[in-house]
Ligand binder design. Structure first.
Ligand SMILES: [Zn+2]
Length: 272
């Protein structure tokens, strides 16, 4: 895939696939208290709107991983400034608040949802004290899928895959893909590791289950395409001002963040 990406880039002479940023959101809400309490998962709808306005004004065009894969196969040209927006967990509020704004700007996104469609709330967040909120109903997912959104798997039940037996993680990975494909009547090509928890074996399982993309959070190389099974994403926290958002979208951010994590990993910077 690495070679393809390089060749593809040369052939098309458009965009710059290794500069594509993948942003990660969870919940978009109008609940100010929730935003203050859980900055890592909740972004206020007004902030989200200004962020989309900003992207639009800067000439960014949203693509999905499916588009990116088509580009690697030489089937699709990329826009000049592509960006991927991803939403983890499939909160119902994404349909209520983010979807209308994205539509307004002609944008699309990637939703990572649970393969087990019986799960109705973010029960995995209970230990961290996050309020229980409704997840997307099936019809809402279908509506967004029909609007060109990509649906990826976030495992069956949002288990910490590095902490359960391998047979269980295989089930979480492969069965969720199968169930979502039946549900959507479409191929599911991308996977996001719950809690961003990933290791070398899991990456192999994700590949063997037929996915083309595996999304991490704080791990993976800073360049998209270097490791398609551990794609680094940029968490968009709540309460960012425009400058902070602009910095996250700008090219060197991935490298700065990556360097910081390397230093931290090697004990050169103390964790908070
Ligand atoms: Zn998640």
């Amino acid at each position: 895939m690495q070679n393809n990406s390089k060749n593809g880039h040369k052939h098309h002479g458009l965009g710059s696939p290794n500069k594509i940023k993948v942003l990660m959101y969870h919940l978009i809400t109008n609940d100010k208290k929730l935003c203050e309490k859980h900055r890592n998962i909740a972004v206020h709808v007004d902030e989200f709107r200004s962020q989309m306005e900003f992207l639009d004004r800067c000439g960014f065009v949203t693509i999905t991983f499916e588009d990116y894969l088509l580009f690697l196969e030489g089937e699709l040209n990329l826009p000049k400034k592509p960006i991927i927006l991803s939403f983890d967990d499939g909160f119902a509020d994404v349909h209520k608040y983010a979807f209308p704004i994205l539509r307004e700007f002609g944008m699309r996104a990637v939703l990572f949802i649970m393969g087990d469609r019986k799960i109705k709330t973010n029960s995995w967040d209970i230990p961290s004290g996050v309020l229980q909120l409704p997840l997307l109903a099936d019809y809402q997912i279908i509506e967004m899928h029909d609007a060109g959104f990509e649906i990826g798997s976030h495992a069956l039940t949002h288990s910490m895959l590095t902490h359960i037996p391998r047979e269980k993680s295989w089930e979480e990975i492969s069965r969720s893909r199968m169930l979502l494909e039946i549900f959507l009547n479409a191929q599911v090509k991308s996977f996001a590791y719950p809690f961003g928890s990933v290791d070398a074996t899991l990456k192999i399982l994700v590949k063997e289950a037929g996915y083309k993309i595996g999304c991490g959070t704080y791990s993976g190389p800073p360049v998209l395409g270097k490791d398609p099974y551990e794609i680094r994403r940029i968490l968009i926290q709540g309460q960012l001002n425009t400058l902070q958002f602009a910095l996250r979208v700008s090219s060197p951010y991935h490298f700065l963040e990556w360097t910081w994590w390397q230093l931290k990993k090697n004990g050169l910077i103390k964790s908070k």
